[in-house]
Design a binder for this molecule. Structure first.
Ligand code: ARG
Length: 466
C-alpha cells in the first residue's frame, strides 16, 4: 500500500477498505494528463518564485522521465498505489528526491483530479467529433451516389411516399451534424481550468491561475474554487450528448437490421461486417448493427448513473465523485468503437436498388400523387382522396399497382383521368417533383448536398480557435 497520507493515522488501512477506496485500476487511464497538469503547475510555481528554477527543472525532468518510461513500458503502473496521483508523486520522489516532495505545493488531489478528468474529456470530445466527421463524410459520399435510388419512405413502418436513398441518408446526416454541434457547445463551456482551486477554498500561496490555464490551453481559470473541485456538469452534458449519438446510431442500426432482413432485402451487409450461426448454415446475421443498438442502453446507463450519483452531494468534493470515471470511460470507449464500426459497416454495405424501387412502386407510395393529379384537374382534394382510396382497394384485391390499370379502368373511377396519369405517378416524377428545400427531388437534394459539403469544409475543428 503506497499512499500520500498517513501522518495522522495510528493504524494501517484495512486491506478491503484500501481496495474499495483505490482508483488506480481505472484512473491510470489519464497518467498522461496527470503528468501534463503537474508540469504546468510546476512551471507556474517557478514563475511565482514558490519553487527555485533548479527545483522546478528537476521536477519537470523527473515527470518527463516517468512519462517516457510509462509510454515505453519500462515503468508499469501497479496497483500498490492508491491512485494515479500517488503513483506519479511517489515515483517522482524516488527519482529526484526532496525536490519531488514540493510538487504538491498549493495543490490538492481534489483540484488535481478535476483537472485530469477535464483534460482527458477535452481530448475525448475532439476524438468523438473526428469520428462523427468521418461518418458524415461517408454519408455525404453515399448521398451523392444515390440521388436517383428510389425507395419507399415510411411512416408507422408502412410505405408512405417514394423518396430516394440520398434523402433517407440525409436525415441521418442532419442528426450527426447536430451531435457535433452539441460537442462543440460542451467544449466551449467546459474548457476552463480548475487547477488552483485547492481542496475547496483556494490556497494561501500566490498562484497565478491565469498562467496555469494558459499553459494548458484553457480559456481561463474556473471562477469559484468550491465549484472548481466539484463540478461534474460537463461530464453529464458529454454523457447526454454521447447518449444522443447512440440513440441516432441505434435508430439507423434498427433500419439496417430491417433492410437486411429476408423479407426486405434492401441491403446486403458485407461479409466482413456480418457473422454466421454455429448451427444454421444459411445465416448471415447483422450482429454489428444489433450490438450498436444494444450498447445504447449501456451509454444511457452511464448518464443516469452519474446524474443519480451527483444529485445528493453537498459542496464541495466528496468521494462519491470518484464514481464519475469508470462509467464515463466506458461510455466514451463504447461510443468511439460504435462510430468507427458503424462507418465501416455502412460504407461496405450493398444496396439492392431494384428491390428498393420495386418496393416503392408496389406499395401505393404514389397514391398521394395520384390524388394531387386529380386536384390539378379540378377535383376537390377530399373527393380525390376518396377516389384514389377506392382505386387502391381495387388494386389490392387484384394484386396490382396503380400504374397497372388501363386508362379505361382509370376512367371508371373518374372522368378526370387522362393518359398523362402514368407519367404523373411514375416513381421518378413523384420523387423529382418534390423540390421544396429538404425534399427528396433530385435538384432539391443536390442543393442540400452542396450545403452539407460547404459545412464539412468550413467547420473548424473543436477548440481550434483557442
Ligand atoms: N481518486 C479521487 C477521485 O477520483 C481523487 C481525489 C481524491 N481526493 C480525496 N480527497 N480523497 O475523485
Amino acid at each position: 500500500m503506497a499512499q500520500l497520507w498517513g501522518g495522522r493515522f495510528t493504524k494501517e488501512t484495512d486491506k478491503l477498505v484500501y481496495a474499495f477506496n483505490a482508483s488506480i485500476s481505472y484512473d491510470k487511464k489519464f497518467y498522461r494528463q496527470d503528468i501534463e497538469g503537474s508540469i504546468a503547475h510546476v512551471g507556474m510555481l517557478e514563475k511565482q518564485g514558490i519553487l527555485t528554477k533548479d527545483e522546478a527543472e528537476r521536477i519537470k525532468d523527473g515527470l518527463k522521465g516517468i512519462l517516457e518510461d510509462v509510454e515505453s513500458g519500462k515503468l508499469k503502473i501497479t496497483e500498490e498505489y492508491e491512485d494515479i496521483h500517488s503513483f506519479v508523486e511517489a515515483n517522482l520522489i524516488d527519482r529526484v528526491g526532496d525536490a519531488g516532495k514540493k510538487l504538491h505545493t498549493g495543490r490538492s488531489r481534489n483540484d488535481q483530479v478535476a483537472l485530469d478528468m477535464r483534460l482527458y474529456t477535452r481530448q475525448e470530445i475532439k476524438e468523438t467529433d473526428d469520428l462523427l466527421k468521418a461518418l458524415l463524410e461517408t454519408l455525404l459520399r453515399m448521398m451523392e451516389e444515390h440521388t436517383m435510388t428510389i425507395m419507399p419512405g415510411f411512416t408507422h413502418l408502412q410505405k408512405a411516399q417514394p423518396i430516394t436513398l440520398a434523402h433517407h441518408l440525409g436525415a441521418y446526416f442532419e442528426m450527426f451534424k447536430r451531435d457535433r454541434m452539441r460537442l462543440k457547445d460542451i467544449y466551449e463551456r467546459m474548457n476552463f481550468c480548475p487547477l488552483g482551486s485547492g481542496a475547496l477554498a483556494g490556497t494561501t500561496f500566490p498562484l497565478d491561475r491565469e498562467y496555469t490555464a494558459k499553459l494548458l490551453n484553457f480559456y481561463g481559470p474556473t471562477l469559484n474554487s468550491m465549484d472548481g473541485v466539484s463540478d461534474r456538469d460537463y461530464l453529464i452534458e458529454f454523457l447526454s450528448a454521447l447518449s444522443t449519438v447512440m440513440m441516432h446510431l441505434s435508430r439507423f442500426s434498427e433500419e439496417i437490421i430491417i433492410w437486411n432482413s429476408n423479407e426486405y432485402q434492401f441491403v446486403e451487409l458485407d461479409d466482413a461486417y456480418s457473422t454466421g450461426s454455429s448451427i444454421m448454415p444459411q445465416k448471415k446475421n447483422p450482429d454489428i448493427a444489433e450490438l450498436v443498438r444494444g450498447k445504447t442502453g449501456r451509454v444511457y446507463g452511464a448518464l443516469t448513473s452519474l446524474l443519480t450519483t451527483m444529485k445528493g452531494i453537498p459542496l464541495a468534493y466528496n468521494k462519491d465523485m470518484q464514481e464519475d470515471k469508470e462509467l464515463t470511460f466506458d461510455a466514451i470507449d463504447t461510443v468511439k468503437g460504435c462510430l468507427a464500426l458503424f462507418e465501416g459497416m455502412i460504407s461496405t454495405m450493398r444496396f439492392k436498388k431494384d428491390v428498393m424501387e420495386k418496393s416503392a412502386s408496389h406499395g401505393f407510395t404514389n397514391a398521394t400523387d395520384a390524388a394531387d393529379y386529380l386536384v390539378n384537374r379540378g377535383v376537390a382534394f377530399r373527393d380525390a382522396h376518396g377516389i384514389i382510396g377506392s382505386i387502391v382497394l381495387h388494386c389490392i384485391e387484384k394484386g396490382i399497382a396503380i400504374d397497372d390499370l388501363s386508362i379505361e379502368e382509370f376512367k371508371e373511377f373518374s372522368d378526370a383521368f387522362e393518359s398523362d396519369i402514368y407519367e404523373a405517378i411514375s416513381m421518378e416524377t413523384c420523387v423529382n417533383k418534390r423540390l421544396t428545400i429538404g425534399a427528396p427531388g433530385k435538384e432539391a437534394m443536390e442543393y442540400v448536398i452542396e450545403k452539407e459539403k460547404e459545412y464539412l469544409n468550413t467547420q473548424p475543428e473543436i477548440g481550434a480557435c483557442v
